[in-house]
Design a protein around this ligand. Structure first.
Ligand SMILES: NC(=O)c1ccc[n+]([C@@H]2O[C@H](COP(=O)([O-])OP(=O)(O)OC[C@H]3O[C@@H](n4cnc5c(N)ncnc54)[C@H](OP(=O)(O)O)[C@@H]3O)[C@@H](O)[C@H]2O)c1
Length: 311
């Protein structure tokens, strides 16, 4: 509901009232022949295009950002609230350097990332889907576990915003993922299929096979990241599911974790994060967090610092 104002007979909501006034003044100025040059506000689409090109502070300055008195980067010119929000949310990632690992999960209030049948369409809302696609666009590679590739048959491309598709990586040391999955067949972006050393899996056409040694828990997350970095894929998004993200978290291989919580209860669904925790509450992992509203959902952005896997 808008706020009503009572000025000169206007009972419209305050923003509509101001729009009407602006239009009337504009028309009067046009009729009176006086040119009006109002600064054009930076909108969300333009802000996002600029952010996509930022990898260093120099890029940020070239993109129209300036440091404010508190040392924070902000748009130099007037910007829409959404353009401001995009910079606040994604600049830390843009400026994180060439080797950086993030993970994401969209989960229910009771910690599930899909129903018990594996249906994950959609746990969180449209704004979180857009956020996920933005994360893909800011990374060189996007990684999923075998069960996500089998159950969801995801494309892992950037569609809800502009940006380049990352290289798709499927962790499947037992070669369980069928060859007809979209990541293997649609040709929308390169795909790496990470399998065990002993496997003689036939390679789906157009897909690169990476053979890696395994221990009981599959491939060590740090080794996977080294192999990707050797191929120039230093910024990595671990997209899911719960088993895969949990292994990277447990290994201390993540810099940042995005968990979006939707106000829905799934009961006996597929669990999200699951790892060996601490015995005492006071020793629990409690990293610095930022909370952001995404429509009806809440995004928790956890800053996990420098991953142990890199030290
Ligand atoms: N809401 C969300 O954000 C979201 C995101 C993604 C997926 N999902 C949902 O999550 C469900 C699947 O998740 P999930 O937790 O069951 O499984 P998952 O993480 O997708 O896949 C787990 C499997 O991938 C392989 N794997 C993972 N890490 C590996 C490693 N380091 N080395 C070797 N292999 C590795 C293993 O295969 P093996 O068993 O052969 O060892 C492992 O059991 C689906 O229902 C999907 O719809 C939800």
């Amino acid at each position: 509901m808008g706020t009503s104002v009572r000025t000169r007979g206007c009972h419209a909501p305050i923003d509509r009232c101001h729009q009407g006034l602006g239009r009337r003044v504009g028309r009067w100025l046009a009729l009176s022949g006086r040119a009006v040059t109002r600064p054009v506000e930076l909108d969300a689409a333009e802000a996002w295009t600029r952010l996509l090109g930022v990898r260093t502070e120099q890029d940020a300055l070239a993109a129209g950002l300036v440091e404010d008195s508190e040392g924070e980067l902000r748009w130099a010119r007037s910007a829409s609230p959404e353009a401001v929000r995009l910079a606040e949310l994604y600049l830390p990632l843009c400026l994180a350097g060439p080797r950086y690992v993030i993970a994401q999960l969209g989960q229910s209030l009771d910690g599930c990332i899909a129903t018990r049948t594996g249906d994950a369409v959609f746990v969180t809302g449209e704004e979180d889907r857009c956020h996920l696609h933005r994360l893909r666009a800011l990374c060189d590679a996007v990684v999923v576990g075998a069960d996500t590739a089998i159950t969801d048959d995801p494309r892992l491309t950037v569609r809800a915003c502009t940006g380049t598709n990352p290289v798709r990586v499927v962790l499947d040391h037992r070669c369980r993922v069928p060859h007809d999955r979209q990541v293997f067949t649609d040709g929308a972006a390169p795909t790496l299929w990470v399998v065990g050393c002993g496997d003689t899996a036939e390679r789906p056409e157009g897909v690169d096979i990476v053979r890696m040694p395994c221990d009981d828990d599959g491939h060590a997350p740090g080794r996977i990241l080294d192999v990707l970095a050797q191929r120039g894929l230093g910024r990595v998004l671990i997209e899911g599911g719960g088993v895969t993200v949990s292994r990277f978290l447990q290994a201390g291989a993540l810099n940042r974790l995005y968990v979006t919580v939707a106000p829905v209860l799934l009961g006996d669904g597929v669990p999200g994060l699951h790892f060996r925790g601490t015995e005492r509450m006071r020793d629990a992992l409690r990293p610095p967090v930022r909370r952001v509203s995404l429509g009806a959902d809440t995004l928790f952005e956890l800053d996990l610092g420098s991953p142990a896997a890199e030290q």
